[in-house]
Design a binder for this molecule. Sequence first.
Ligand SMILES: [Zn+2]
Length: 679
Amino acid sequence: MKSAWSDRDAAEAVERYGAQGFNEDIALRVYTTRLLGRDPALVLHGGGNTSVKTRVKDALGTEHEVLCVKGSGWDMGDIEPAGLPAVRLDALRRLRALTALSDEEMVNQQRLALLDSKAPNPSVETLLHAFLPHKFVDHTHANAILSLVDQPDSAALAAEIFGDEMAFLPWIFPGFDLSIAASEAFERGRHVKGLILDRHGIFTFADTAREAYELMIAMVSRAEARIARGKATRHATAAAGLDAATIAPVIRGAIAEPLGGGAWRRMVLDHRGGADVRAYVDRPDLADIAARGVATPDHIIRTKNRPLILPPLDGDEVAVKVAVADAVARFADAYRAYFAAENGRTVTARTMLDPMPRVVLVPGVGLFGLGKSKKEAAIAADIAEATVRVVADAEAVGRYEPLPESELFRMEYWSLEQAKLGGATEKPLQRQVAIVTGGAGAIGAATARLFAANGAEVAILDRDGDAAAAVARSIGSALGIRCDVTDKASVDAAIRAVVTTFGGIDILVSNAGAAWQGRIGEVDDAILRESFELNFFGHQTVARAVVKVMLAQGTGGALLFNASKQAVNPGANFGPYGLPKAAVLFLSRQYALDYGDAGIRSNAVNADRIRSGLLTAEMIAERAAARGVAEADYLGGNLLGLEVTADDVAQAFLHQALALKTTGGVATVDGGNIAAAPR
Ligand SMILES: [Zn+2]
C-alpha cells in the first residue's frame, strides 16, 4: 500500500475550499479523508472516520476552537466540508471528567456543541478524537489490520509488528468508555503514533494531515507485509454444474417472506464471483471459518453476523430447491434463537429485525449480497468480499477469531447504528425487479421510469442497445440490455443478464412491438408472418423465459402485456398488426389461467392513439388529414376529448403491477371509445 499524497492535489484542495471560505486545516482534512475513503482496502461504505482540531468563526464573528469530525451519513470517499461538522472542543473535553455517559446523552452533548444546528450527528467515535491532543486523527477498519486483530493472539501479533509505536487496546464497545480508554492509553505512552483496537480497527494521529495519513498507510503496509509472509498460495477448485443465473432465483425465492394476500418481502441480490471469492467458497473449511462472524463490529448492520453458507449443491432442480430452502430455514431459526437468547439478557427489550441473511456463500458459484435494493445488496457484497480477504489472510497468519456474537448483539441492535440505515418507508415496488421490453420506446421508457420511481429495480431491453443504455442511464441504477425479442438466444441471454444482476425477475412489461399494415385479403404472407414473429411470438418467447425464473423463485409475479385497441377492435387495413395483438390478449389470459396456481398474475393494457415509434408525428398528420380533422382533435378523438400519453399507459401498467388480486384483466387506456370497449 502506497501513499497517494500529492502536493499539487493538496494545494488544489486548499485553493478550492479556500474559495468557499474554509480554512487550510479543513481543506486538507477533506483531501486526506477522501484519499483514505477511496481505497476499499482501508474504508468501506460509511466505515471509518477522521477529524481535525481547528478554529472557526460563528455567525457573530466569535472564534471557537472546534473539532471538525466526520458526520453520520457521509462516506469518506466523497466527503465535503459539510460532512465534517464543527463541534466546540471545550464542550467535548469537559466530558472527560465524567465517569460514565450513556449513548443517548453523549449524542445530546455532541449536538448541543455543534456550531450549525442543522449539521449531521457527529461520529459515535467523536469523543475519542476529542480526547486525543493531536490536530489530525484518522481511523479506519483496514482489511489487513482486521486480519491481525481478529486473532486469539492479536496482542502478541500487534506487539511483534508495531513494537511500542502503536498502543494496543482490548475490545471495548464504541462510545464514551472507549474514548476514555483510548485517551488513557495515549497518556501511558505519549510517544505512540496511533492505536490498534482489538477486533475493531486502527487510529493514527499527528499534527499534519499528511503525517497522520501516511502513518495510516505505513502501519497498514506493515500489517500487509506480515500477512504476505504467512500466505500460502490458494487456488480455486473446478466449478460445480451451477452458475449464478441458475441459483440466484432459487436463493431469492427461499429468502422471500410471505406477507399474505399475494405479497412478498423480497430481496435484491448482487453476485460476486472473482478468483478470491471462488477460492474462498470452495475451501474445505468454509463452514467453519465463514461462520465465525464479522471482521469489525459495524459490518453487522449490513451483513448480519454470519453469512448463509449453502452446502455443495448438486442433483436436479427440485433437490437444489429443497436444499436451499432447508438451509435458509435453519439460518432463520438460528437467528431467532440468537435474538431470543441475547434479548433476554438486555434491560431494554428490542424488536427483532428480519431473520434473513444478507450474505450467501455458494460453493462453486461465489457469494451474493442481499438487500432491499440493488444498492444495499452491493454494499453487503462489498463488505462480504472484504471479509473474504480478511478471513483468508487471518487464517494464513494464524486463526481467524473475531468478537463473540454476544458482544455483537449490542452493536446490531444499537440505536446509533440502526440510525445509519434510516427508517424510510418503502416505495410500493421496492424489492422487486421489473424488465421492460421495447424499453427505449415512448411507452417502454415511460413505464421503466415510473416503475423505477416507485422503487423497482429496472432492466430496459431494446433492440437498440445504445438507446436502452441511454434510458437506463437517465434512470440511474437501471440496467440497459440489447435484446431482440424475436431471437430466442437473444432473449435467453438478456434474461440471464438480468437475473445475474438482480437475482431474479418479478414483473415483465412485455411491450416491444411494431405496426405493419395491409388489406387482409391482399397482404403478403411474409408481412403477416413477420408481424406475428414480433407482435405475438416476441411476447411469448419473453414471457416463457420470465415464467421459468418466476417458478424457480416460487413467489408469484406479474406479466403485463401491451395489447392494443387493435386486439379488440380492428382498424381498416391494420390486420397484420391487429391479428397478433388479438392473440397476445388471448396469450395474456392463457398465462393467467395456466399459472394462477403459482401466484403469477397476467394482465394486458389496451391503449390507443399514443404518440410513439408506432404512431409517429408523420402518421398522426396523415390520419388527421384523412379524417379531415386537426391533429389535436385526432389525438383527442375520444369520449373525454383528451390526448392519451405514454405516461398514462405507464400508470395503467403500474396499477396492474400493484393490483395483487387482479389477473386475466384488460385495462383500457384510450380516453373512452365504446366501439373498442372489451366485451
Ligand atoms: Zn470504528
